[in-house]
Ligand binder design. Sequence first.
Ligand code: NI
Ligand code: MN
Length: 227
Amino acid sequence: MKITYFGHSCLYVEQDGKRVIIDPFLSGNPQSGVSPQEIEVDAVLLTHGHDDHFGDTIEIAKRNGCPVVAVFELAMYCAKEGVQAHGMNIGGAYNFDGFRVKFTQAFHGNSYRVGDQYLYAGQPAGILLTMGGTTLYHAGDTSLFSDMKMIGDMNDIAVAALPIGDNFTMGPEDAAVAAQWLNAKRVIPVHYDTFPPIRQDAQRFASMLEERGIVCHVLKSKESVTI
Ligand code: NI
Ligand code: MN
């Protein structure tokens, strides 16, 4: 599994010729350095509908003719925008061609914006993505929650993408506990430094994980790790 970070919470994941993108907030994020026109994928996966995750979903899905996989209410919004949508919900899994997706709970808000209104988009989620026998857990935006222990018990998590920005999500201390509870072998910190309230020292987080025997990959946008 090859994972490329495109800034904020966006990961591009490749395995055996299949490619998916999670939370493609690209054109609105000057730190991503990637334009949505460059993205070639077989699916767009969304943890929730906030602008800093939904990003360029519609454009990417339309151009690639690929589905958007999201919690039902958010998927129905995407369908209204004229893209293929595959609705799911928390606890549900589905085998797509070349990858499996299971939605987990996340403690956060969820809405999609139409003009200046924020409309209901179902529950926010985390994503367990399995490709070629390797499982990545993208926690989405969430607080620390004790069922991360259950997620860790029930899944062999090769790599976890965990938010460390604080303010809207877990901060570094809670994310380090999450990594332990998830029994994650490796961690990619996400959701930090994009905006002033979520500035963090990712290297300090990496040392906290090293003390716990967990490998931390602090990636700049467009950097990859192959596991
Ligand atoms: Ni959010
Ligand atoms: Mn967010």
